[in-house]
Design a protein around this ligand. Structure first.
Ligand SMILES: [Fe+2]
Length: 284
């Protein structure tokens, strides 16, 4: 279904998640459609602007037209003492100082689970692509929660999981040295509800690779529940996979999705430029 309204042409990519918006750069940067885009972001989770070809300045202006920019998150480095609104996403350690921890970007997750207020949204533009792999996938944790049997919804009420830096480090290296383990354990850690009741009244699942364990459950039962929920949420009917073209820009609602990149060679040259919208709502 394609609906043309003013200068936005909107078509849904799957029933639950993902919408393509065809427009021109000038229209998008005018801010005239900011409300409509924000509304689509909330209902459709992932918005694709094919080959829009924004440079950093335009990407920042577009991001800013939708809300407050987020800086210095997930270790975004300062350059010459200035906070950077654009973060270079690359698995190549020569390009990105956080390339090592970005190995977690290949695992299903949402950003900011060790914070009280996670970022609202991320914007990615494709600058260089890997010859193979490097697609990005998102699943709707709203749709996944909604589709759970009532019995599961009842069983999840009140349950909380701990998300931690330690879990992230163990994903990268399951056999940490004792010194590295202690260092990782000293990093951020937060208990979050497994089911997030948003201010809009909708509910989403908060699971993924940052979740270490469910509070108050035996070890294996806790892991089984986390694996089952992640597996449920990432079923094909809840997933949109984007195959990138240079210049594509995608924005996604970080609060109602999990995302991951499919594997690609760290030295493939794949490079994405990311900007972010500051969080507006705590996990609750
Ligand atoms: Fe991420």
């Amino acid at each position: 279904m394609t609906v043309t309204s003013m200068a936005l042409s909107v078509s849904h990519l799957t029933p639950h998640i993902g919408t393509r918006i065809d427009s021109d750069g000038e229209t998008l940067l005018s801010g005239r459609h900011a409300q409509e885009i924000r509304a689509l972001l909330e209902t459709r989770s992932v918005l694709v602007f094919p080959e829009i070809g924004f440079d950093d300045e335009q990407q920042i202006a577009f991001t800013r037209s939708l809300g407050a920019l987020a800086y210095d998150y997930n270790g975004v480095p300062m350059v010459n003492g200035e906070q950077q609104a654009i973060f270079k996403v690359s698995l190549d350690e020569k390009v990105s100082p956080t390339a090592r921890s970005l190995k977690n970007s290949l695992l299903w997750h949402l950003d900011g689970t060790t914070h009280d207020v996670p970022i609202l949204a991320s914007v990615l533009t494709a600058r260089h692509l890997a010859p193979a792999g490097g697609e990005t996938e998102w699943c709707s944790t709203y749709a996944a929660y909604e589709a759970l049997p009532d019995e599961d919804k009842r069983a999840l009420e009140g349950l909380r999981a701990v998300h931690s830096n330690l879990q992230l480090q163990r994903n990268i290296n399951p056999e940490l040295s004792y010194a590295d383990f202690r260092r990782a354990r000293g990093g951020p850690s937060k208990s979050q509800p497994l089911v997030w009741t948003h201010r809009n009244g909708r509910k989403s699942l908060v699971v993924g690779a940052t979740a270490a364990y469910v509070e108050g459950m035996p070890h294996d039962d806790s892991l089984e529940l986390l694996v089952r929920l992640r597996d449920w949420a990432t079923q094909p009917q809840f997933v949109y996979r984007h195959e990138w073209k240079i210049g594509d820009m995608v924005i996604w609602d970080n609060t109602g999705t999990l995302h991951r990149a499919l594997p690609y060679a760290p030295d493939s040259g794949r490079l994405m430029h990311r900007s972010m919208l500051a969080g507006e709502e705590p996990f609750a």
